[in-house]
Design a binder for this molecule. Structure first.
Ligand code: 5GP
Ligand code: MG
Length: 185
């Protein structure tokens, strides 16, 4: 796989984000809301770069299946979101069309946080279909499909410590080795 960002570069990027957030929030308590599952690796690394009092909440955002409007997102709270009157930082793995961040932001805003900022690990260039931009993006990437550092293909590759582009040959290798009825091992 073609590596875009290796472990060292990622660590520096996350540390930089951490230092920007320490400047932004000081010692004010914050609630970090992370969108499952792609952002869990970023979450684990980022929170260890932060030193203010901090809470973590996990949510899931999934497209409605067989549902009302196609493209609509359903925001699922994995526990009751207790964010009213709190400073909230929403994090996600990647900003692509931007629809996920817009929908989740709408949902969180309806719960009346004191403030709401957004931070994404990757920001894909030229693919946004929304007016909003994340407040913080660790890295910008070209319009390619990437995996690793939380990002998946068919739920695999989230554990890669680097970010790589999944190219045609990688897709073929994947289906040969990892699809349920794969022949060879
Ligand atoms: P958006 O709503 O911004 O279009 O999409 C965000 C979601 O799409 C991400 O949370 C992620 O699940 C998925 N996604 C978009 N681009 C990529 C990509 O290049 N690689 C992976 N693994 N997921 C992506
Ligand atoms: Mg996602």
């Amino acid at each position: 796989m073609k590596i875009l960002f290796d472990q060292d570069v990622i660590r520096q990027g996350i540390e930089q984000l951490g230092s920007n957030l320490r400047r932004e929030y000081g010692q004010n308590p914050i609630t970090v809301v992370a969108i499952m599952t792609g952002s869990i690796v970023m979450l684990a690394d980022l929170v260890r770069c932060l030193d203010m009092p901090l809470r973590i909440s996990l949510i899931r955002a999934s497209s409605y299946r067989g549902g009302v409007t196609s493209g609509d997102l359903h925001v699922e709270e994995l526990e009751r979101l207790d964010i009213q009157g709190r400073d909230v930082l929403l994090i996600d793995d990647i900003f692509d069309t931007g629809k996920t961040l817009v929908e989740v932001t709408k949902h969180l805003s309806s719960l009346q946080p004191r403030s709401l900022k957004t931070a994404v690990f990757l920001n894909k260039q030229g693919t946004s279909q929304v007016a909003m931009e994340p407040d913080y993006s660790v890295f910008k990437i070209p319009n390619e499909f990437v995996v690793g550092y939380g990002l998946d293909y068919d739920d695999f590759y989230r554990n890669l410590p680097f970010v790589a582009v999944m190219e045609q040959a990688d897709l073929e290798e994947h289906s040969r080795r990892l699809e349920p009825n794969a022949q060879s091992r």
